[in-house]
Design a protein around this ligand. Structure first.
Ligand code: ZN
Ligand code: ZN
Length: 186
């Protein structure tokens, strides 16, 4: 799919198109996607998304642009090796994405979770379809990072992990799985 750089993919919404002012990709999701400065120095993994909604938007744009690496690195680290990168990439490329609509952002759920309900639109021979999803995100504190910062990650409900309810949570919070991310995973 040819990408118009005029408007960031995440800013295109079929139902709200007439309301939105164009925001360029370079002013929107690109800084989050790019790991490197123009001179080639490492930006330490790109700009961190400041909220679950921002992360969701940058992930949608990454799907549109088939940046599977970004999809992987914004998924909870414990789940990353279980993702099928090739499948993500081919699905992203084969889908004709046409827009995103954030239905609801719940920025705080308990201590460290957030949810974003959205519709991602795509076209098929049958017309425009909507992929309607409620995604959960978890805020992880990385004590080893230079900035000791918090980072939002997508909690992928399709990745099956063999972790029992009483084991420490996969997000590294130190709480039991069932009292933490387990509550948001099937
Ligand atoms: Zn964007
Ligand atoms: Zn957790």
């Amino acid at each position: 799919m040819p990408i118009s750089i005029k408007s960031c993919p995440c800013q295109v919404s079929p139902s709200l198109a007439f309301l939105s002012t164009p925001v360029a990709y370079s002013d929107c999701c690109q800084p989050y996607h790019d790991d490197l400065y123009e001179d080639g120095t490492d930006k330490n993994g790109g700009v961190k998304a400041e909220s679950a909604e921002r992360l969701m938007r940058t992930r949608y744009s990454a799907f549109v642009l088939a940046k599977a690496d970004y999809i992987v690195k914004t998924t909870l680290p414990a789940q990353q090796t279980l993702l099928d990168v090739k499948a993500i990439e081919s699905w992203a490329k084969e889908t004709n994405w046409v827009g995103l609509e954030i239905v609801k952002h719940t920025p705080k759920l308990g201590k460290r979770h957030a949810q974003v309900e959205f519709k991602a639109y795509y076209t098929t021979s049958e017309g425009t379809q909507a992929h309607h999803e409620l995604s959960t995100f978890v805020k992880v504190i990385d004590k080893t990072a230079d900035d000791k910062g918090e980072r939002w990650y997508f909690l992928d409900p399709t990745v099956s992990m063999s972790v029992s309810q009483k084991q420490p949570c996969i997000c590294g919070s130190g709480e039991k799985f069932k009292r933490c991310c387990g509550g948001y995973l099937p």
